[in-house]
Design a protein. Structure first.
Length: 481
């Protein structure tokens, strides 16, 4: 039934969609030629990969079924976790039944089950396993930074920006390492990851100069996950590139509706740019914004706000399977480029679990925006909700683009929005599609499972070094001229 519903929505969207939608155009059209110039495809087609992929798909489906059933009627987190582990054992014996149940719960997801499944790696029971598999890091500590700008709200988010950042509030900008309980809305947790101790930690052995920075926003559909599980690849980045990584832990829906997450992301970036050198000893000289999935959406939104307010624009963007679709998941505005991301096949079989199914998209949008009848992912009237509004900045004189953009493209398709990004960045944009890898592959580079997931991580490390090298070169040229 879920597939029939998607087909019904897709048919209505195909009839009413803009004929200039990318997927209506000939492969010889200039838009496709532009994308071809800055994109490449990495294919995984070996029999060994197919076998490993099918095994991982089975594990994910069993995990989904176990989490949904374990947490559905649990009286406590402990009982829910215990039931989940018992279900995993049961479905390991009856594998086919587990796969069928997993496909069923993902076709018609419930809010509690969806978030519990996504947050499985965040549970305290998985923490020892994660720590065992992660690359070591000298620093992996949280700080709690105050918000020093007026908060973004539904009332002011649509107000025209006057090409400047509003004056900071009269608050103490000092951070703390002590976790407030509970964490108030005017504080943003930020995890610092580094291969060396930072100056604020007063380690006498520290002699490095810290001026290479990554500000990272984690994925999770805006409703789940945190910086803890994303250390899987962030620690590798820090160790291999020598960058200091600030991973922002923004507030999640449905407890905190839009634009709370965006407000946290913007406030954290502003604080880091203005306060990090004085308080942490980290010079924000070369700055890269990075994010995966929902985090990629936030990274683009923060960049757009920097451009429109003439604030410090990041030197580069590194985005993995970013949420850039500007569409209405209710009916006619569902563009072909968005529909293209729902199904995926491997050897003729559809794998709903490895991409984001249509009903799961709708659920996430509803949880985030509190619009259960018209679930908007990136409304065109909200200029800072996501990357889908890049095209609205194309003719703006305020466009100050990042030095380069690196977009890892996966199950969210090459869309009109990404075409706008390519057109603006031109040769400074690179799109890579890792065909047949699943959504979230950055977080699956654990040393077991799909060994192919390690290649995108190594490619990201290479791009980080290139982005910083390019930013340094342009800065030198600017000083000389």
């Amino acid at each position: 039934m879920s597939k029939l519903e998607v087909a019904d929505v897709a048919l209505e969207g195909a009839i009413k969609a803009d004929p200039q939608d990318l997927f209506y155009l000939s492969p010889l059209h200039e838009k496709w030629k532009l994308i071809d110039k800055c994109s490449r495809v990495v294919k995984y087609t070996s029999p060994e990969f197919t076998k490993a992929y099918q095994e991982l798909e089975r594990i994910l489906l069993i995990g989904a079924a176990s989490c949904y059933q374990g947490m559905a009627n649990a009286d406590s987190p402990f009982i829910g976790s215990l039931t989940t582990f018992l279900n995993v054992a049961y479905y390991q014996v009856f594998r086919h039944k587990g796969q069928m149940q997993g496909e069923l719960v993902l076709a018609k997801p419930e809010p509690s089950g969806a978030t519990e499944f996504w947050n499985f790696l965040e549970s305290k029971y998985m923490k020892p396993l994660l720590m065992f598999t992660m690359t070591s890091a000298k620093v992996s500590a949280k700080i709690y930074i105050p918000k020093i700008l007026e908060p973004l709200t539904l009332e002011n988010i649509d107000e025209p920006l006057d090409l400047r950042v509003a004056a900071p509030l009269s608050v103490d900008p000092s951070f703390t390492i002590l976790k407030p309980k509970p964490i108030p809305d005017n504080v943003v947790p930020v995890r610092i990851i580094s291969r060396e101790s930072l100056p604020y930690q007063r380690d006498p052995k520290t002699k490095m100069r810290f001026d290479r920075v990554i500000v990272h926003f984690h994925g999770g559909g805006f409703v789940a996950m945190s910086t803890r599980s994303h250390q899987i690849y962030l620690r590798k980045w820090a160790r291999s590139t020598g960058t200091v990584i600030f991973a922002v832990e923004y507030r999640l829906a449905p407890q905190h509706k839009y634009p709370c997450g965006l407000d946290d992301a913007w406030q954290a970036y502003y604080w880091l740019i203005t306060q990090a050198e004085a308080q942490l000893g980290v010079e924000m000289k070369y700055v890269i914004l990075a994010g995966d999935s929902a985090g990629g959406n936030l990274a683009m939104a923060v960049t757009l706000r920097c451009i429109r307010t003439r604030f410090r624009v990041p030197d580069g963007l590194l985005l993995a399977y970013p949420g850039t679709c500007s569409c209405d998941f209710h009916s006619s505005q569902l563009k072909p480029s968005a529909v293209h991301s729902f199904p995926s096949s491997l050897n003729g079989r559809h794998y709903a679990s490895l991409h984001l199914p249509h009903d799961l998209h709708k659920l996430l949008c509803a949880l985030r925006t509190c619009r259960f009848k018209r679930c908007l992912l990136v409304p065109n009237t909200r200029p800072c909700l996501g990357a889908g509004t890049v095209s609205s900045c194309e003719n703006s004189s305020s466009w100050q683009r990042p030095s380069k953009g690196r977009v890892i493209q996966l199950d969210i398709p090459i869309s009109v929005n990404l075409c706008a990004i390519c057109r603006k960045l031109k040769k400074d944009c690179e799109l890579v599609e890792y065909r047949m890898l699943m959504h979230g592959f950055w977080s699956m580079d654990l040393g077991f499972g799909l060994k192919e997931c390690s290649f995108p991580t190594q490619q990201a490390i290479k791009w980080i070094n290139e982005l910083i090298k390019t930013a340094r070169y342009k800065r030198i040229l600017g000083c000389v001229s």
